[in-house]
Design a protein around this ligand. Structure first.
Ligand SMILES: [Zn+2]
Length: 455
């Protein structure tokens, strides 16, 4: 069986008239002004977009023709001359795969969200080696390996960016706008991994296209088996399914000189931002590290004017479980007087500083008090945060952000907390409750110190 990545319709898209389809990459790029890449999983949405960008940089480098109002036809002609580099199956060279591997694994190892049979935390379970994935979805799994791999068991190592950092990119009204907004060609481009499969050592300069495409795993797909089973990822029936792969660690490629165009680095330390591991920390709801990123965005990307960005965070706990999230935010440099990003970065300090968290009511034994405090921190405050988050774009886009409105969102939570912590009737009790009710965060009074703490 053969399967060419450039001919096969594996890429999920959504047209601006809401029609969904699967297209091949060339067709996707030809129609880029009419559609968006569409995956419910942000990992795939980003990995596929990054692959398309690498593909376009490669075309630009090889043809020497610039991207102007659209994708030049010469780029498509160049791509049509390289079919041998995009074979997923068959006996010849294969796309991002390596022959001669021996560590047999189920194909589902490529997909973080599929829990295996003994993963007792999940409702949904699959059986290793008995659950298959169609070749279309295998492409998505393979495209994740340059960006979302973790180190841990079996000598597995991270990719070129090390522990997956928070990735971000600009979102426009169509894929074409996304390409234009995110375009960042760097010379010399070098060769992508599919054209020159070599792992660059971590202490040497890595060419641009190699950095964008080098997978964090060595892998090889077993041939698909015909049958009636549904693909565990897309649910389609009737396709031949891949059940097994060879999967081995890649050499250490965590490159200290590499600066990824989709990663925002802290101006002071030159290190990326990482998603917080909320599963391991016992926290719930949203990961809140994004606010620190905003001030960096305003500082370094402000000239782009009003834009929408998507952030993609990925964290894992010893490869036992993974957590992925994404967030879209509207930003406008024009309206950022008073440094909104800075104020936002201070919000979690504001939350930590509410009297609510430090409050110790009389007559409550210390264990119970500790539990209450935890519950407040883990349940109530994130709940307020999520309400704030929903309005964050409109807050940021206002002529002058109304922080009072944001602060007021805390009051209903504080009211419930006051009732919970200080039950009963009486003047003294009322006074106690009011102390909690009015212990609102005040971001303006907060010190900048700590705004960039965390990882
Ligand atoms: Zn599938």
């Amino acid at each position: 069986m053969t399967y060419n990545l450039m001919d096969q319709a594996w890429l999920s898209v959504l047209y601006r008239n809401a029609r969904s389809a699967r297209l091949n990459p060339v067709e996707t790029l030809r129609q880029a002004a009419k559609l968006h890449i569409a995956y419910s999983n942000p990992i795939d949405r980003f990995a596929v977009f990054r692959f398309l960008m690498a593909l376009l940089y490669w075309c630009r480098d090889k043809t020497g023709i610039e991207f102007e109002d659209g994708i030049p036809n010469e780029w498509f002609i160049f791509l049509s001359e390289q079919p041998h580099l995009f074979e997923l199956l068959g006996d010849g060279n294969r796309f991002l795969q390596e022959r001669g591997l021996s560590r047999l694994r189920p194909v589902t190892d490529l997909f973080h969200e599929i829990p295996t049979g003994n993963n007792s935390w999940h409702f949904r379970h699959i059986r290793d080696y008995a659950t298959g994935v169609c070749p279309h979805c295998c492409v998505n799994g393979i495209l994740r390996t340059p960006v979302f791999v973790q180190s841990g068991i079996q000598g597995m190592k991270t990719g070129v960016n090390g522990i997956p950092p928070i990735y971000s990119y600009y979102i426009g009204k169509s894929l074409k706008e996304n390409i234009i907004l995110n375009w960042e060609m760097r010379d010399p481009a070098g060769e992508p991994f599919w054209a020159s499969p070599q792992f660059h050592p971590p202490d040497a300069d890595i060419p641009y296209l190699a950095g964008l495409t080098t997978p964090g795993r060595k892998l090889y797909l077993h041939d698909p088996v015909p049958g009636k089973d549904a693909c565990i990822i897309c649910g389609n029936k009737g396709e031949s399914l891949v059940y097994r792969i060879f999967l081995e660690p890649a050499p250490d490629i965590n490159n200290k000189f590499w600066r990824d165009p989709f990663v925002l680095y802290r101006a002071d330390k030159d290190t990326p931002f990482y998603a917080e591991n909320i599963l391991g920390s016992g926290r719930t709801l949203s990961d809140r590290k994004y606010r620190h990123i905003l001030s960096e965005y305003y500082a370094s990307h402000g000239e782009k004017g009003p834009v929408c960005i998507e952030l993609i965070g990925f964290s894992s706990e010893q490869m036992k479980y993974n957590d992925a999230w994404s967030l879209k935010l509207d930003l406008d440099r024009k309206n950022s007087e008073g440094d909104h990003g800075e104020i936002l970065a201070k919000w979690d300090i504001a939350v930590k500083n509410t009297q609510l968290v430090r409050y110790k009511p009389n007559g409550i034994v210390s264990d119970r008090h500790e539990n209450l405090k935890k519950s407040l921190k883990n349940d109530l405050l994130p709940d307020v945060e999520s309400k704030l988050l929903k309005k964050i774009s409109s807050l940021l886009l206002q002529e002058k952000p109304d922080w009072d409105e944001a602060i007021k969102m805390y009051q209903p939570a504080l009211r419930s907390a006051a009732r919970m912590l200080v039950p009963g009737v009486g003047a003294k009790i009322n006074l106690e409750r009011n102390r909690i009710l009015y212990s609102l965060p005040d971001p303006k009074k907060l010190k900048v110190k700590g705004a960039n703490d965390g990882k």
